[in-house]
Design a protein around this ligand. Sequence first.
Ligand SMILES: O=P(O)(O)OC[C@H]1O[C@H](OP(=O)(O)OP(=O)(O)O)[C@H](O)[C@@H]1O
Ligand SMILES: Nc1nc2[nH]cnc2c(=O)[nH]1
Length: 185
Amino acid sequence: MSTDIEQIKQVMAEADVLYTEQQVEASISKVAAEITAQLADANPIVFCVMNGGLIFAGKLLSQLNFPLEYSYLHASRYRNEISGGELFWKAKPEISLRGRNVIIVDDILDEGHTLSAIAEFCRKEEAANVYTAVLIDKDHDRKASPGLKADFTGLSCVDRYIFGYGMDYIGYWRNAPGIFAVKGL
Ligand SMILES: O=P(O)(O)OC[C@H]1O[C@H](OP(=O)(O)OP(=O)(O)O)[C@H](O)[C@@H]1O
Ligand SMILES: Nc1nc2[nH]cnc2c(=O)[nH]1
């Protein structure tokens, strides 16, 4: 079935703005400063979690002014749906993680199953340390483990379905310049 583009446009038109582009950019700079303060001498590998992590990782990387390697991995629990299922690996890291400091960069920590599973994978691959960085943390009590947080967090948000800055609404609006909540969700 083809997507109703008019409905996709309507979702954007009716969405609530949670954070403007300016606010998101400021939060990315804050995370970059925190990572720099802690890991500038760590020779890390930074992994972007595709697809959602793309914009955050891209904007973050150019503000990390120290030696690092960059790569990507692709694991998805939502696969363009609005509720999560099993973690499905589409691309595992190709670089050896053994003995390395790893920074996993993703758009959102919602329940946290995705990030926890990826971090666990990196530990099994014998990474020396695994750090996590997310653009936004959703505030609710359904975390994969109680009190689960990323090591570096840009923003937090209410318990609604959000899109923009890499995050999709049924595959659309990852390009939205701000963070928005879908009306009624
Ligand atoms: O904290 P969780 O409840 O596990 O959810 C967070 C994950 O969900 C989204 O990925 P998704 O599986 O939708 O893939 P995508 O990156 O391609 O959008 C998002 O990018 C995170 O990786
Ligand atoms: N786009 C998007 N992806 C998610 N993955 C987990 N929670 C969310 C959310 O609120 N929005």
